[in-house]
Design a protein around this ligand. Structure first.
Ligand SMILES: [Zn+2]
Length: 258
């Protein structure tokens, strides 16, 4: 079947999919002319090779989790939607973590497509409404959408009720972050972890994750008036040398004052 380019949301509506558990990404790919195969791949996470209206998506099944494999399929489908007929993409792990939103870059655009397909705003937003911006919420939503913790957390920051940022730190400092739409552009997360944060303890002292905490905002935010305010922090270790942190404001007025 020949299918022209369409948004993930249009595709979901066209297929009558309105519940997360019905997002069968392999079936959706097939509907778009792309067959999915699984096997161990060397040096890449997924690839797509296509000609005319048919394509084959191959996903690495040696070690990556099912949520990540689903995201890979969505990512390749994103390439396919744009480059139908002349597609050949080999995508590495780093491509699959390229930050969404930089829509000029093909890898970011493909990730955005995957996110829109697997965590569609019209399904995600009502389920995230009013929930605290914590990894407990992320876990609940990730279970429902069968998506990875990181992808789900990015979506929560984008579409959740409260202003928030998601930040990844390694031993060397800040690696990347995602700022929610209600957080002003002037607000930046610290480049280096403050030793009073839970994230610091989790990363450097090997402490177990603790429950979300209210902390002084100046430990987190680079702003001259930050010391007068507080934020909520929730941090989890994601590998031996990295921690992922959610920072959020329960009281939006504080952010407006800043
Ligand atoms: Zn790619």
């Amino acid at each position: 079947m020949s299918i022209c380019h369409r948004s993930a949301e249009t595709l979901l509506h066209e297929l009558g999919i309105s519940e997360p558990q019905h997002i069968d990404v392999e079936a959706i790919a097939y509907y778009c002319g792309a067959e999915v195969r699984y096997r161990p791949l060397n040096g890449c996470a997924a690839r797509i090779i296509g000609s005319d209206d048919q394509a084959i998506i191959t996903v690495d099944d040696g070690g990556s989790s099912w949520p990540r494999q689903r995201f890979s399929i969505g990512h390749e489908l994103g390439h396919w939607m744009r480059d139908r007929g002349k597609s050949a993409h080999l995508c590495q792990d780093k491509d699959l973590t390229a930050v969404w939103g930089h829509r000029q870059d093909p890898e970011s655009r493909a990730n955005q497509y995957a996110a829109d397909l697997l965590l569609p705003p019209f399904m995600f937003q009502p389920r995230a409404a009013g929930r605290e911006m914590t990894f407990k919420t992320v876990r609940t939503l990730a279970d429902e959408f069968k998506t990875s913790r990181t992808a789900t957390a990015i979506r929560l920051v984008e579409k959740g009720t409260f202003p928030a940022m998601l930040i990844c730190y390694g031993m060397e400092g800040r690696r990347w972050f995602s700022r929610g739409p209600d957080v002003p552009q002037e607000i930046w997360p610290a480049k280096q972890l403050n030793h009073e944060t839970t994230a610091f303890e989790v990363l450097f002292a090997g402490k177990e994750q603790r429950k979300p905490m209210e902390v002084d905002a100046d430990a987190w935010v680079e702003h001259r008036d930050a010391y007068r305010y507080t934020v909520f922090e929730d941090s989890v270790k994601i590998s031996d040398d990295a921690v992922l942190t959610l920072i959020w404001w329960k009281d939006e007025q504080q952010l407006i004052d800043l």
